[in-house]
Every structure is written in structure tokens, then in C-alpha cells.
Design a protein around this ligand. Structure first.
Ligand code: NOJ
Length: 741
């Protein structure tokens, strides 16, 4: 009782001190020292313990009396709670503990909170960094008004394997673009910085290399050179750390035999050492305990010891820390210094978030009501959704549709609201405000112009609905077919070995195509699908992913021509599953394929498949066309510390206003190590009115030519570089040569 009084007096003084400190140095180390000095070993290990309440986002964990743990100061954070009232009740309980240290509340706010934005992979196809930051900002405004102070996002795993269900959560296959997006999302979530009431802590995940799980099988092993790790997989994490991310999350995979949750190399050497990260690392769901089935830890006691010593600060749903750390410290198997460091990191964030000052600052029901019903958020979600759509094909300029055309909307996803939310949507329990594709088209084209038939279910084997679908197709002037995956087919634990369109949907497309009506396909998916027949035979295809709350309106904007599609793929689409992994920034072999044909002439590739992807990285059409001309390089020589400018003119040569993503790729032609055929190094998204021209300029410095050499030094080697400007990775419009001296 005495301690508690002293502690509260201390907290009061420290909050006054905090305000002063915040505006000056933003250092809370003295206050943390004082709190640490008051804590028992049990309270310290409690800070490192996190459990899920209300629902689970992983397999069941050992049961404990969670509420009692909160009340006894044996818990630092909970996840899977939302709503200011629920958070307040739990925070009140935490304040009843001896020291009254407030809890952190975390949730997977991945692409929006109440207002659902497109899945992250879709958003990345916008190549619009500002819009992506805004999407994260809005998610944070809503989540923080609803009690939360921590989101388990952004997911920044580079993914080159479409079989992996979690490819939907990231920004695709490219390191440069992925790094920009990672930093933008961190900035969006954390807003003006901790201390502002609408900032939530970002959690960069899954650290590291989870996207390279063997065979695209979730949770699986990764065996990778340190060079590839540092050059391809780590930069988005580093960019997020440099953007000020508060926390990181371990990945489930082992990396070269060491489970990430027990990897001192990843956590202590790189993240906390080289990158000087002062936040904390949370495990993934039970990933510390899962080091037992990995065969890396004997039991949960050893798992706790390995993880803490390696630098994992908080144990999510593992109970390993809770049940073992005190004993481990008492027996000297975990040093008090390591334990204190982990506690310090967590307390630091609690101070920075202003929770000691006001533990209830995120639990204001009036603010919540307002934030969750803000029409501006819906507007931004619609804007983001239409920017995420990729026009794959538009033969005979079928799109945009003309006003008054009679449309038959057919397909299992046309009326779905639930699927539009995509995986990892916080609003999974309430899809009442989702605009379905049917609703969006009805609003835009009028009830009288819209016929509808489901045709079949997503995975059905029954073709009973085909007759009705063919009937309405015959009555219409144009057919829109909405097909693809259901949202449960991607995300965590949803890897697929077969990337085809499920069920009898392709047969439905064939039946409709046989009517001879013009057809537009909307492809709904959380990953690149393999849809060769559709791609080769249907004249018009829009890749619409999962677009969130405003899906229907955004699709109607594009179909009607109110918005000219500008999305470009951020992941290569394979021709079939056997071609995976396929990515644009691959090396050349000693026997490169010379033609894009199946090859049996002692050349690299397959004897039964073209070498190129079906749709390449950076590809996406527009209703208009863009002409690239007048490339000019300010010098063909670059020396240390210098800058060379590459400029060109882009002209909109079609009838529609539109946006183009102009892409800069570089190849190091000869180096001490084999280098990729091309690497994205910059891009500009520009808007051009019909007939308008704009000059685009890129700056190239030594950094854009650098790579990790064999000794893992970041170097630029003298020699020749190809400088390529393209409309996609496979559509290089202009090329020049640069020599680094
Ligand atoms: C497991 C997932 O891998 C991770 O991304 C997520 O944040 C946690 N569960 C919490 O739901």
C-alpha cells in the first residue's frame, strides 16, 4: 500500500515532468529508472507478457486467469480488444494493480479500422505513396479513437511467391518500392508522433524473411544468404525503423536454422545494434513457445531463455515469459540487465504514448463516435480503392462503358460484401456499410440498366445457375463478370498450391463468352491468380483485388470512366505454379534464354513454358496511351559525390486524362558479383491531361548504383550501368548508358 502511494505520487510528478521533457528532449529514462526500481521481478516479467482477449488470431494457448493477471500487474499488454468502453474497463483493472502501470492495446489494423481500405497488396499497386500514408493515417485516427494504441502493421515482407497466402498483406516483390511504402505506413500510423492522441504505435512485421518461406507454405523455413537478406528482404524493415517505428514483430519462420524469435543475429546484432532501434520487439503469436516444435528449445523454460537473451522483448500468447522468466533470472540464466532492458523498452513506449500521463487518453466515446463515422474517411477509401485497380486488358476499348448501356452483372462475387473487406479486416463482424459491386454499379448506371445473376458459387461444382446467367447475358448489351477467390482463400494459413480460379467459375466465363456479348471480367483476389484462359480470351479485364468498404463505388468509377485506371502490378504474375518463384529483378544466367519461347536449346528456362511472366512487375494499362521521348542524360559519366540527371518527356496521346507511373530501372552490367537484370531505383506518378506533355527528371547518384559485395560492404564499383526508363519492367521505352568512375 505504501509503495503504491509513493508510486502514484511519483507518477503525478513524472507526468508534470513528462510534459516538460516531451517538449524538450523526449527522454523518459529517469522516470523509467524510478519505475524499474520499484518493480518486483514478477511485475517486470509481467510487462513482457501479452495475451489475447475476446477472440483469437492464432491457435489456442494455455489458459490462464487473464483478468487476474492484469489486476496483479502481471501483464503488459493485451491484443484483440476493440472499442473505447472495453479498453477503458481493462485499463481500469490494470490501474488497480500495485503499481498501476497502464496496458498497451494492440490489434491487427492492417488496412483500415472501421473504414476498410484495399488490402495492402492492392494499395501498393497505386504506387501512390501519399495516398498510402493517408490510408494508414485514417486507420490510426479511427483505431486510436476506439481505444487502441498499437497496430500490428505494417507488414513489410517482400514476397516472390503467389502461393503464399500472406502475399496480400505486403507491398509485393520489390525492395525499393516496398521500402518507400513501409516508411509511409509507419508515418501514417504514428502521425505527428507519440504523445498526439491520434497516433498509434506501428509494429513492423514479420522480422524477418517470412515472405521467403519455402514453397510458399506458411510458417515455413527460410534458407538464404546474408547478402540476399540484407539486399532484398531487410531494407523495408530498415526503412520502417528509420521512419521511427515503435515496435517490431518476430516472424514464425526459422532463418538458416534459427527461429526468428530466438535469433540474436536479427534482433541484437542488426535491429538493436546496427540500426540502433530503441523500441521493443514482440513475438508473433506463441512464436516463442513454437521454438519447441521447431526443435530449437527443449521446453517453454528454455524457449523463454533463448528468446529473451536473443532480444525478443514481449511474449505474445506464449506464456513462456510469464511462467519462467522470474526463475530464469533468479538462477542467473537470464541476466537482470537483459530483463531490465526489455522492460525499459516497453515502459519507454508507454511513457512516450502518454499513457502514464493519462491512461484513458484513447478511450473517449465521443471522439470514437465521430472518428468512426467521418465521411472524409470514406472518400479517402474510395480514392485509394480506385487507384489500386489494375487494367490488365482493354481490347477494342470496351471500357469505359457508355451511359445507358444495359449491363448484365454476373458472378459469385458481384453481390458479396464480406469478400470485399479482404483478409485481416477489423470490421469483419460488421460489413453493413460495405458497398458491393452490385450496389456501386446500380448507383452509377441505374437500376433499370442492371441485370444480375450469381451464376455459381466461388468454389461450387454445380452449374445450375449457368442457364439464368446466360439468359440475362443475352438480354444485355455488355456483361460484367465478377469472379475470383473468396477472401478466406488468402491471408494467414491460406497458402494455395493451385492458383487457378476456383470451382466452375472459368466454365461460367466460357458459357458467357459463347453468347458473343462483350465481356468485362473483374478479377477479385488477394494474390496473382493463374487465369490463362480468361486472360487470353476475354477482351477486357480489371484486377480488382479486395478493395474494402468502397469497393463497389470505386469499381463503378473505373467502369464508367469517372476515373481512368492507373494501377500497376507490384508483383509478377506467373503463367503457372511451376514458374514460381518468378520476379523481375532476377540474375542473368550464363545461358540466358534468347527468345521468349519454351526452350530446349541449352538455354535457361522450361521446355514447356515461355520464360516471361504472364503479366510483369510494373505493368498496368490506362484508357489513354503515353508516349515517351527525348530522353536526355546530363552526362554519361558519374563520379563519387556527383549527380547525373536523366530526363524525358511523357505525352498523353489518347483521348482521356490519365496518370502514368514512369519507372527508372538500373543494371550494373559487370560487377564483382552477378547483379540483377534490372532493379527499380525510382519512379514518378504523373497526371497528364489528354494531349498534355510533361518533363520527368530522375537524379542518379552513387547510392542508386550500390550493392552489397561479397564481404557485405555497401559499395559502388566503377564500370558501365544501363539506365532504363519504362512503363513497366518489361516495357522499357528508353535506355542509356552511364559509367561510374
Ligand atoms: C499472427 C500473425 O502472424 C500476425 O501477423 C498477427 O499480428 C498476430 N497473429 C496477432 O494477430
Amino acid at each position: 500500500m505504501k509503495t503504491k502511494t509513493i508510486f502514484h505520487l511519483f507518477i503525478l510528478l513524472s507526468s508534470i515532468f513528462t510534459i516538460t521533457i516531451q517538449s524538450q528532449t523526449k527522454s523518459y529514462e529517469k522516470q523509467i529508472d524510478s519505475v524499474l526500481s520499484l518493480m518486483t521481478l514478477e511485475e517486470k516479467t509481467g510487462q513482457l507478457h501479452q495475451v489475447s482477449l475476446y477472440w483469437a488470431t492464432g491457435p489456442e494457448s494455455p489458459e490462464g486467469d487473464k483478468l487476474r493477471d492484469i489486476k496483479e500487474g502481471r501483464m503488459g499488454s493485451v491484443l484483440n480488444v476493440k472499442g473505447s468502453d472495453k479498453v477503458r474497463a481493462l485499463q481500469e483493472l490494470a490501474l488497480k494493480s500495485r503499481l498501476g502501470i497502464p496496458l498497451l492495446f494492440g490489434l491487427d489494423v492492417i488496412h483500415g479500422y472501421k473504414t476498410t481500405f484495399p488490402i495492402p497488396l492492392a494499395e501498393s499497386a497505386s504506387w501512390d505513396i501519399e495516398a498510402i500514408e493517408l490510408a494508414a493515417r485514417i486507420a490510426a485516427i479511427e483505431a486510436s479513437a476506439s481505444g487502441l494504441n498499437w497496430t500490428f502493421a505494417p507488414m513489410v515482407d517482400i514476397a516472390r511467391d503467389a502461393r503464399w497466402g500472406r502475399i496480400m498483406e505486403g507491398a509485393g516483390e520489390d525492395t525499393y518500392l516496398g521500402s518507400l511504402i513501409a516508411a509511409a505506413r509507419v508515418k501514417g500510423f504514428q502521425g505527428k508522433g507519440f504523445g498526439s492522441v491520434d497516433a498509434v504505435m506501428a509494429c513492423v512485421k514479420h522480422y524477418a524473411a517470412y515472405g521467403a518461406a519455402v514453397g510458399g507454405r506458411d510458417y515455413n523455413s527460410v534458407d538464404m544468404s546474408e547478402r540476399t537478406l540484407r539486399e532484398i528482404y531487410l531494407p523495408p524493415f530498415k526503412a520502417a525503423a528509420m521512419a521511427g517505428a515503435a515496435t517490431f514483430m518476430n516472424s514464425f519462420n526459422d532463418l538458416n536454422g534459427v527461429p526468428a524469435s530466438g535469433s540474436s543475429f536479427l534482433m541484437r546484432k542488426i535491429l538493436k545494434g546496427e540500426w540502433n532501434f530503441n523500441g521493443f520487439i514482440v513475438s508473433d503469436w506463441a512464436s516463442i513457445r513454437e521454438m519447441i516444435p521447431h526443435g530449437f528449445a527443449e521446453d517453454d523454460r528454455e524457449a523463454a531463455k533463448l528468446a529473451l537473451n536473443a532480444g525478443s522483448d514481449m511474449d505474445m500468447e506464449g506464456y513462456c515469459y510469464r511462467n519462467n522468466l522470474k526463475d530464469l533470472v533468479e538462477k542467473g540464466e537470464v541476466s537482470l540487465a537483459n530483463l531490465d532492458d526489455a522492460v525499459r523498452r516497453i515502459l519507454r513506449k508507454k511513457f512516450e504514448m502518454g499513457l502514464f500521463e493519462d491512461p484513458f487518453r484513447f478511450t473517449d466515446p465521443i471522439r470514437e463516435e465521430k472518428a468512426l463515422n467521418n465521411p472524409e474517411h470514406r472518400k479517402a477509401a474510395r480514392d485509394m480503392a480506385r487507384k489500386s485497380i489494375v487494367l490488365i486488358k482493354n481490347e477494342a476499348d470496351l471500357l469505359p462503358l457508355k451511359k445507358g448501356q444495359k449491363i448484365a452483372l454476373i458472378g459469385p462475387l458481384a453481390k458479396s460484401e464480406d469478400d470485399m473487406l479482404g483478409g485481416w479486416a477489423v470490421g469483419w463482424d460488421d460489413n453493413s456499410d460495405v458497398v458491393s459491386q452490385f450496389e456501386g454499379l446500380e448507383i452509377r448506371f441505374g437500376k433499370e440498366n442492371l441485370l444480375y445473376a450469381k451464376g455459381c458459387g466461388v468454389s461450387d461444382s454445380s452449374k445450375d445457375g449457368f442457364e439464368e446467367a446466360v439468359k440475362i447475358a443475352n438480354e444485355a448489351e455488355v456483361v460484367i463478370l465478377s469472379i475470383g477467390e473468396s477472401r478466406s482463400m488468402n491471408g494467414e494459413a491460406a497458402s494455395r498450391s493451385n492458383l487457378g480460379i476456383p470451382g466452375v467459375q472459368e466454365d461460367l466465363v466460357k458459357a458467357i463468352m459463347a453468347t458473343g456479348k462483350p465481356v468485362v471480367v473483374l478479377m477479385n483476389a488477394g494474390r496473382p491468380l493463374v487465369f490463362n484462359w480468361v486472360a487470353d480470351n476475354v477482351p477486357t479485364i480489371l484486377y480488382t483485388w479486395w478493395l474494402g468498404s468502397e469497393a463497389g463505388n470505386a469499381i463503378a468509377d473505373v467502369i464508367s470512366g469517372d476515373y481512368n485506371p492507373s494501377g500497376k502490378l507490384t508483383v509478377s504474375f506467373p503463367r503457372n505454379e511451376g514458374q514460381i518463384p518468378i520476379y523481375y529483378n532476377h540474375f542473368n544466367t550464363g545461358r540466358p534464354s534468347l527468345k521468349d519461347i519454351p526452350s530446349k536449346d541449352f538455354r535457361t528456362g522450361y521446355i514447356d513454358l515461355k520464360q516471361s511472366p504472364k503479366f510483369p512487375f510494373g505493368f498496368g494499362l490506362s484508357y489513354t496511351t503515353f508516349d515517351y521521348s527525348d530522353i536526355n542524360i546530363s552526362s554519361d559519366k558519374l563520379s563519387k559525390g556527383g549527380v547525373v540527371e536523366v530526363s524525358l518527356t511523357v505525352k498523353n496521346t489518347g483521348d482521356f486524362d490519365g496518370e502514368e507511373v514512369v519507372q527508372l530501372y538500373i543494371r550494373d552490367c559487370v560487377a564483382s558479383l552477378v547483379r540483377p537484370m534490372k532493379e527499380l531505383k525510382d519512379f514518378k506518378k504523373i497526371a497528364l491531361k489528354s494531349g498534355e506533355s510533361k518533363k520527368v527528371t530522375f537524379k542518379i547518384d552513387e547510392q542508386k548504383l550500390a550493392f552489397y559485395n561479397e564481404k557485405l560492404e555497401w559499395v559502388t564499383e566503377p564500370g558501365k550501368f544501363d539506365i532504363m526508363i519504362g512503363s513497366s519492367s518489361a516495357d522499357i521505352r528508353q535506355q542509356s548508358v552511364l559509367y561510374f568512375e
